[in-house]
Structures are given as C-alpha cells and as structure tokens.
Design a protein around this ligand. Structure first.
Ligand code: SAH
Ligand code: SF4
Length: 411
C-alpha cells in the first residue's frame, strides 16, 4: 500500500505528495506522537476502550509523553499493569530515526533524521548564551526552488506529518536531556530526581525554518504546533515560536488566526525583477500583495514585530538603493517590522556569492538609520552544513536540470 497520495493544492504547478496524518509503520502499530489528545482518545476507543476509559487513559498517556518524555508504555505506572502490554501491542510513542548526528565547532548540532517509511530530512539546534533554538523541518525537500537555497534543489518528496514535526522537538529534548525526573511514581529512584526546572530549559525557541515551506503543509504544521503550545503538551509559548514563509500569501491570515505564532517573511529583494529571479514564488504572489498580507497579519504589533529576512547576495540585492527601497516599502505599508540580514551561505554549485562584509554593514546602517532594526545574523554551523539554506540530504541529490526535466516530462 502506498504511503502517500497525490493531490494538487490550489495555486501550485507541480503535484504535491501529501502524506497521511500518521505514517504507517511496518509493524502496523500506530504512532501517538504529535496527535492531539482527543485524537489519542479516539484511537483508544477504536481499539475497544469505552469512552470514559479512553478519555482517562488518553490524559494519562498524554502526560507521560509530553511531561515525562516516556516512550515505553511499561513505564506508565498509573496505568493498570494489564493494560500496558495491550497498549504496547497496538501503539508506539515514536521518534524519527537518527541516521547521523553532527556537532559544529560553534556548538550548533545537526541531525539527519529518517521517517518510518524511509525519507530523510534534517533538524538543527543552535545554542546561544540566553536561548536554545531548534530549527524544525516541515517537508522533505521543497517545491519552491529559491535560487540561493540548497533545499530548493531537492525535489519535494512529501510533507511531514504532525508526528514527524513534533517528533523533532521530542528528539531534541531527548538529546539535550531535558525531561523532568522527580516526583512521578515509578521514577522515584532516579538519582538526580527533582533537579528539573522549567526555566532551566535548554530548548527555549522553535523556528519553522528547516527544510520545506511550512505554509504549503499548513494543516500538519498547525496541528503539530498546537501540541507544542498545548499546556498539557510541550507547553511552549507561541511567543517563542516563529514560522518562516517565502510568501504564501493565501495562507498567511490563517497562520495568524489558527496558530498565532510569530511570522518571518523571506523577502530577499525589493524589485519585481530580482525577487522573481531569486524567489520564483514572487511571480505568483508579488511584493505588494505580500506586504499587504503582512500588514493584515493577525497579532502583529510593535511588541510583536514581523521579521523580514533578507539574504545578502553580492551585486544582486545589496545596493544602497535596495536598502532605501526596503525602508520605503516597510514604511509605506506601516509594518511593525524588523529586518534580519542573512549573509548568503554558499553551497557547491550555487549561482551566487555572499555580499562583502562592508556592503552588508552599509546596508544594515541605512536600514537602522531609518529607525528599523536590521542586525546581521551570524552564520552558525557552516562547518557541518547546518546554516540557513544549506540543508539538503544526500539521499535526494538531484541536479536542477534533472528536476526540471522531470517537471517538463510530467507536464
Ligand atoms: N521555506 C521557508 C523556511 C525555510 S528557509 C522560507 O523560505 O522562509 C529559512 C531561511 O533561510 C529563509 O529566509 C531562506 O530564504 C533562507 N535561506 C535559504 N537559503 C539560504 C542560503 N544559502 N543562505 C542564507 N540564507 C538562506
Ligand atoms: Fe523552499 Fe524556503 Fe528554500 Fe525557498 S528558501 S526553496 S521556500 S526552503
């Protein structure tokens, strides 16, 4: 049986393989990671529990999954002993498989992960003095072919499920040793019991900036982030979560209303000609339309500004005139904005170079002088290809020409 079904979301040229909500496993058990509590309850009912039991058990299981990091039903000591093997026969609490884990000299960590049906994707953790940011993937590959992005040279394999998205956060917490130990029954004997405090967290922020375009996998990303934000789930505040989009205008309103996280927009250019070239989605949703959607983004305010990402490409989008036009546009739409200048991270065969440090500094000064914050982002994890736009898995290496041929022959 195929694990994916083809469907064309409105407005896309190429068919997008859409995964089921839960990826089928070879052992036919169902992975509960990433499912909302009522969905867990429903699965328990379908497996034969009466509604009252199912509700109680789903609450207990949810707590063990998200507050304790437990992956084995045998450890769920407040669930009847006889029921634990019954659960184990039918369900798992999964994590993506780790194919490879790498550590950068600057502390950045990158994981190559694999889904239960064998697709590879990546996740990055970036530790800073006052925060730890997990960069989460939403798709295996990407349909959007931005010219400066290595992920864009992969074909889209499929959307990640909510379980695979939440699974990244769970796995990072496993790797960082972030699950509480302490007072819960069955774990009293753990040596360093009680040392966990919520403010001592290492993983404090999530950015949907890994592989893929999150707004082309809206429902799965929304459902995953709801579990991450749920007080009974991972209980991470929406203020600590940022979703980055290349500008999928029709989904932005829903993103604000149904998820409510911080928005980052990959603007990267201020003229139609240049943005059409480097972010081809611009041919569908132009700069003006995009900025109007930003101005209408629910929840944006001076306290919660929209981040405009701008990759610095030498002699392409980095002139003084570009900086001034950027300021003009942000002011014309009265946007509560901050700008993030990202020095271009090169990859083999990339058609661009990074702007010179002087150029980046000058660009930043012009935007700052107009009263808009425009820090230059320090590239992290370049030595392990973990920096922005470098994510791409070896399993899917295909040249742009190969992919273009495929698209042509499909058409
Ligand atoms: N698809 C989403 C989120 C993932 S990309 C988006 O495009 O917004 C995260 C950020 O990295 C985006 O701003 C993207 O444009 C930027 N990026 C991509 N390739 C890059 C590269 N080679 N160097 C620097 N930034 C890059
Ligand atoms: Fe896809 Fe974002 Fe890369 Fe563009 S920059 S190809 S939207 S991942």
């Amino acid at each position: 049986m195929s694990d994916t079904a083809l469907m064309s979301p409105p407005g896309l040229v190429d068919p997008v393989p859409v995964a089921r909500v839960v990826t089928p496993r070879a052992d036919a058990r169902v992975d509960l990671t990433g499912l909302a509590r009522p969905a867990v309850q429903e699965l328990l009912e379908q497996a034969g529990l009466d509604p009252r039991q199912a509700k109680l058990r789903s609450r207990q299981i949810f707590h063990w999954i998200y507050h304790r990091g437990v992956t084995d039903f045998a450890q769920m000591t407040d669930i009847a002993k006889t029921m634990r093997p019954w659960l184990t026969d039918r369900f798992v609490i999964g994590r993506p498989d780790v194919v490879e884990a790498q550590h950068s000299v600057d502390g950045t960590r990158k994981w190559l992960l694999r889904t239960a049906d064998g697709h590879d994707f990546e996740m990055v953790f970036i530790p800073d003095a006052d925060r730890g940011t997990l960069c989460v993937s939403s798709q295996v590959g990407c349909t959007l072919n931005c010219r400066f992005c290595h992920t864009g040279t992969m074909r889209l394999v499929r959307n990640l499920t909510p379980g695979e998205i939440v699974g990244q956060v769970m796995l990072a917490r496993d790797a960082l040793g972030e699950w509480p130990r302490g007072s819960m029954a069955g774990l009293e004997d753990v040596e360093d019991a009680g040392h966990y405090t919520s403010d001592g967290r290492l993983l404090t922020n999530i950015v949907m900036m890994g592989m893929g375009e999150p707004l082309y996998n809206f429902e799965n990303v929304r459902d995953a982030l709801r579990v991450v934000m749920d007080g009974d789930g991972l209980a991470l505040s929406k203020r600590r979560i940022t979703l980055s989009t290349s500008g999928v205008v029709p989904m932005m309103q829903r993103c604000g209303e149904e998820i409510g996280v911080n928005l980052a927009v990959s603007l990267h250019a201020v003229t139609k000609e240049i943005r059409d070239e480097i972010v081809p989605l611009n041919r569908k949703y132009g700069i003006e339309e995009l900025l109007a959607a930003c101005a209408a983004y629910p929840g944006a305010s001076n306290a919660r500004r929209i981040t405009f990402e701008y990759v610095m490409l030498r002699d392409k989008n980095d002139s003084d005139a570009d900086a001034r036009e950027l300021v003009r546009l942000l002011k014309a739409y009265d946007l509560p904005a901050k700008v993030n200048l990202i020095p271009f991270n090169p990859w083999p065969g990339a058609p661009y170079e990074c702007s010179t440090p002087d150029r980046v500094r000058r660009f930043s000064e012009i935007v700052f002088a107009a009263g808009i914050s425009a820090p230059v982002r320090t590239p992290r994890g370049r030595d392990i290809d973990a920096a922005c736009g470098q994510l791409r898995t070896a399993a899917e290496k295909k040249s742009r020409a190969e992919r273009d041929r495929e698209i042509e022959s499909a058409a």
